[in-house]
Design a protein around this ligand. Sequence first.
Ligand SMILES: C[S@@+](CC[C@H](N)C(=O)[O-])C[C@H]1O[C@@H](n2cnc3c(N)ncnc32)[C@H](O)[C@@H]1O
Length: 276
Amino acid sequence: MTTTEQHYIQLLKETLIDKDNAVRYQLTPLAPGQGSFLKRMVINLLINTLSKKNLIITGINKNGLKQREIGLGWPINGYTMIGLKRLNNIQFCIEEVIKNKVEGDFIETGVWRGGACIFAKALFEIYNENRKVWVADSFKGLPKPNTTLYPEDEGDDLYSLEQLRISKEQVMNNFKRFDLLDDNVKFLEGWFKDTLPTAPIEKLAIVRLDGDMYESTMDGLNHLYHKLSSGGFIIIDDYGVIPACKKAVHDFRDEHGITEEIKNIDGSGYFWQKNF
Ligand SMILES: C[S@@+](CC[C@H](N)C(=O)[O-])C[C@H]1O[C@@H](n2cnc3c(N)ncnc32)[C@H](O)[C@@H]1O
């Protein structure tokens, strides 16, 4: 990578996480596993009621920059909530698969405003790699828990959060904003259980699961892991913070005898490399 390209990538990361506004924060809903049930219910209800009127609660947070580094909280204007370290991890995985000639595309299941996919696409452009970026989302937020099939999602209220409903048009516009929308960016619109089983994906080099719930994580694992090339990477964004997501990972690994070491990125995101 040339120095100019390095500067572009650095600036892109900082823009995607909204580094300049890091000290401004918006009160962010609590995920299942964060805080007591009562605290989570009250905070999430307040945030949701306000956001239906296009209002957010903001403040100044002197630790904001640190939080953007590890993807804590949601940026007001950023394009991704995953933070700098998890963007660095995407870069590491992409550079490794290129170096090791591991074949396949990049997919993220659960994209919000699209920033992580925009970043992957920028790297493929820089490295002149003709690989696709698959952008999978309902583009209308999370599903209601299906507790008959997935009791682990009992009490998960993320589906009610307005701020997680980002339309496909908005995500496409975000790609355009960086001049990165072309035929190699493929949108899979709908619930993962409906789109992933029939998605016309041949091989994957990097699978990034960011659907938060047990069901959404398990759908990604069930329908995508067998397409991941040897030497490719699987990243689980919420492994360290949402117990139901972590359980889906271990249920799947146990069922399929997967023993590759799971590595910590920043306390929330974890990943492993599929054996060569
Ligand atoms: C936490 S956000 C993803 C954050 C994003 N990766 C980023 O870089 O900021 C979770 C996303 O997953 C999507 N989602 C979760 N479960 C889903 C499912 N079962 N089917 C489709 N979309 C789902 C939601 O619509 C939401 O956009």
